[in-house]
Write a protein that binds this ligand. Structure first.
Ligand code: ASP
Ligand code: MG
Length: 405
């Protein structure tokens, strides 16, 4: 008998009708002889609504109480789904994270799972019940309710799948899988049948928001077969898994982009030991995350130093650089918040030469100037002017043959 963990996101349980449809889907799978654990999110908009209420009372709400508040969203859904299952004669039982028990650390609003007690869940499954679990939440050693950070229901589902050694963990959402790129930018984007954990992590951290990054990390670590699929349409979705044979491997699996970056340069910096830290320490002290970093070779004993930050941090980072510029003996600060980062991602890159040069040639042929470049083992990123985003993504998508057949 197969064990499945199904996770239903906010839009999939966004109304009574949707909850009833989810119940039917679960019943159908159970009737085929499967053991089902269903992890649910709050109904769409609910977590935001609750956050709004809290902020009307405290501009920066108490973290412990925030968790008590936000965990109620998932609790509403779990009971309604369990009722919907009862209504169609499918035995079911719902539990909060604390009831399961999903033990976490005490970092309120971004807790991490430490341990899952699977006894209760297994007992129910053995009795033929569907077990419905509230996503996104757990309980700490002291019995305080905790939550796992936005999008955390994905992580609940993967962690339960790992604990139960489930055959697959299905993440039901409002898209039918993971795409080669955002179909809103390139309508010829193709749904991938498979993608590796590593590639998915890169895609997710680059801004493809299908899955919570932590859930992908967890699934990779515990080798949970993870499938993203639509709760609205039939289909196989996308399987996220370990690398398969060399043969099947595509060179590039996808193109991700990030519109949220800004670039800052400090020119004419004396080329001396400690300069990079003198520039970046004050930035880190203000909790500003730095993404790409480039330092040029020095010609006249001075160098230019460029890095990118999230656009929300742009003004603050700019101010810091302007403040340290003269102390450093640097020339000037130049900045640009109209840039984007575009990345090609693929494990196939490891074993093939010439992928970077192909990428650069494609951009050159379109007359697109590359402002920064960075690479990792399975990714090449470039920074270009924002106005070229669509053109660049489409040209790369075509050149790497990612289009629909
Ligand atoms: N309800 C939470 C959120 O909106 C958790 C989740 O849906 O995964 O972030
Ligand atoms: Mg989500």
């Amino acid at each position: 008998m197969a064990v499945f963990v199904y996770k239903f996101g906010g839009t999939s349980v966004g109304s009574v009708e949707r909850i009833k449809a989810v119940a039917e889907k679960i019943k159908k799978s159970r009737d085929q002889g499967n053991h089902i654990v269903a992890v649910v999110s709050a109904m769409s908009g609910e977590t935001n609504r609750l956050t709004g209420l809290a902020k009307e009372i405290q501009s920066s709400p108490n973290n412990r109480e925030m968790d008590v508040l936000l965990s109620t969203g998932e609790q509403v859904t779990m009971s309604l789904l369990s009722m919907a299952l009862h209504e169609i004669n499918c035995p079911a039982c719902s539990y909060t994270g604390g009831q399961v028990k999903i033990l976490t650390d005490s970092m309120h609003t971004k807790a991490r799972i430490r341990e899952i007690d699977d006894v209760k869940v297994k007992k129910d499954l053995d009795k033929g019940r569907v077990v419905v679990v509230a996503g996104f939440q757990g309980i700490d050693e002291e019995g305080n309710i905790t939550t796992l950070g936005r999008g955390g229901s994905d992580t609940t589902a993967v962690a339960l799948a790992a604990a139960l050694k489930a055959d697959e963990c299905h993440i039901y959402t409002d898209v039918d899988g993971v795409y080669t790129t955002d179909p809103r930018v390139e309508p010829k984007a193709r749904k991938l049948d498979k993608i590796t954990f590593e590639e998915m992590l890169e895609m997710a951290s680059l801004g493809s928001k299908v899955l919570q990054i932590r859930a992908v990390e967890f699934a990779g670590k515990y080798n949970v077969a993870l499938r993203v699929l639509s709760s609205f349409e039939e289909g196989e979705g996308t399987l996220i898994t370990y690398e398969e044979s060399e043969m099947e491997r595509a060179l590039i699996s996808g193109i991700a982009f990030n519109r949220d970056e800004a670039k800052l340069t400090i020119t004419g910096v004396p080329d001396l030991p400690g300069v990079a830290s003198k520039i970046l320490c004050p930035v880190a002290d203000k909790n500003i995350e730095v993404d790409m970093i480039i330092q040029n070779i020095a010609d006249d004993a001075t160098t230019d130093f460029t890095f990118t930050v999230h656009r929300n941090d742009y003004e603050r980072a700019k101010k810091i650089l302007e403040d340290i510029c003269s102390d450093l003996g640097a020339k000037e600060v130049t900045t640009d918040d109209t840039i984007v980062k575009i990345s090609i991602v693929g494990v196939g890159m490891r074993s093939h030469a010439g992928i970077a040069s192909t990428m650069f040639k494609v951009l050159a042929d379109e007359g697109i100037n590359i402002r920064m470049i960075s690479t990792s083992e399975i990714k090449i990123s470039v920074v270009v002017d924002e106005k070229y985003l669509e053109l660049a993504v489409r040209a790369l998508h075509k050149a790497f043959e990612l289009e629909q057949e």
